[in-house]
Design a protein around this ligand. Structure first.
Ligand SMILES: Nc1ncnc2c1ncn2[C@@H]1O[C@H](COP(=O)(O)OP(=O)(O)OP(=O)(O)O)[C@@H](O)[C@H]1O
Length: 283
């Protein structure tokens, strides 16, 4: 198995915040979603991976090679989209095409035209007259137009409406049809990650809580509805979180089949609910 990204024991301390021993691997040909609350550390992880901040310690490999030592060779195969546009206000699409041709040896003008047409971006307007959504679409069009093997997006789709987000998610799914290509997406929008991600890495307060196969995670988890005294019948290590209300308890378990087999009534669940139980549920 090959990995597009390997992060081992990434540590970074800011005043009042600590990324602690962050480890995860993004398998080549897959999409990983990084999810977590505001301030959980998603952007710091991405900046740490890309050597945009000084990390305190950690070992980062991209395409199997140490990133710092091979940065110039690796960078041409990576596309990064942050939540802000980085194009000069006065540029128009044809100017951006010319500039990118000089920056990226693999710049593909036809792909750029295809994506900018698809996103209905105007040729004759300057970037300063683009809406926020149009600027994001432009950044994504550029990111997809130089045959990069790794796409890293930090909240890049959060400002877009649901229809456009859905179109972009389909483009991401199409992009990884090429098995050499991989995507890392940090997003608050769990439904988007649920649609496209193969793996989910959940960060809370600077720590990785889990990094798992999404389908297995959702399939194996479930919500048991029971009385408070029935909670004792559930092993502590299977409890993700508990919610109590006036009618009884809801217990998120990590092994749905086990509790179905012993007669509990269990509801299926989704990524958002799993995360809410993890963060807000009692243990
Ligand atoms: N340059 C910096 N100096 C000091 N603290 C920082 C710096 N950059 C980030 N932090 C802190 O690190 C923590 C994690 O921030 P980060 O931007 O990684 O979170 P995030 O999960 O991406 O949040 P959001 O979803 O709101 O974008 C926050 O407490 C933030 O204040």
């Amino acid at each position: 198995m090959t990995y597009a990204i390997e992060v081992n024991n990434l540590n970074k301390v800011y005043d009042g915040f600590e990324l602690k021993d962050v480890c995860f691997k993004l398998e080549t040909g897959t999409i990983m979603g990084i999810v977590g609350e505001n301030g959980a550390g998603k952007s710091t992880i991405i900046k740490g991976i890309l050597d945009l901040i000084n990390i305190d310690s950690g070992d980062i490999k991209i395409f199997g090679k140490d990133f710092k030592e091979n940065a110039s060779e690796i960078k041409k195969d990576i596309s990064v989209v942050f939540d802000e546009s980085y194009f000069h206000d006065n540029l128009k699409l044809p100017d951006i095409d010319k500039i990118m041709k000089n920056i990226y040896p693999n710049w593909d003008k036809n792909k750029f035209l295809k994506y900018t047409n698809h996103f209905k971006l105007p040729n004759n307007k300057r970037v300063k007259d683009f809406s926020r959504g149009m600027k994001m679409k432009l950044s994504i069009a550029v990111a997809l137009s130089h045959n990069a093997k790794l796409l890293i997006l930090d909240e890049a789709t959060s400002g877009l409406d649901p229809v456009v987000r859905d179109e972009i998610l389909d483009i991401f799914l199409d992009y990884i049809q090429n098995e050499d290509c991989s995507i890392l997406i940090a997003s608050h929008i769990t439904s988007d990650l649920e649609k496209v991600a193969d793996y989910i890495t959940f960060v809370n307060n600077g720590k990785i809580i889990f990094s798992e196969n999404k389908d297995e995670l959702i399939y194996n988890s479930g919500v048991v509805k029971c009385s408070e005294k029935d909670i004792d019948k559930i092993s502590k290590e299977d409890i993700v979180g508990i919610r109590k209300n006036t009618f009884g308890c809801e217990v998120m378990v990590s092994d749905r089949a086990k509790y179905e087999n012993i007669g509990f009534v269990i509801d299926k669940t989704n990524l958002e609910e799993i995360i809410l139980f993890k963060v807000r549920g009692q243990k």
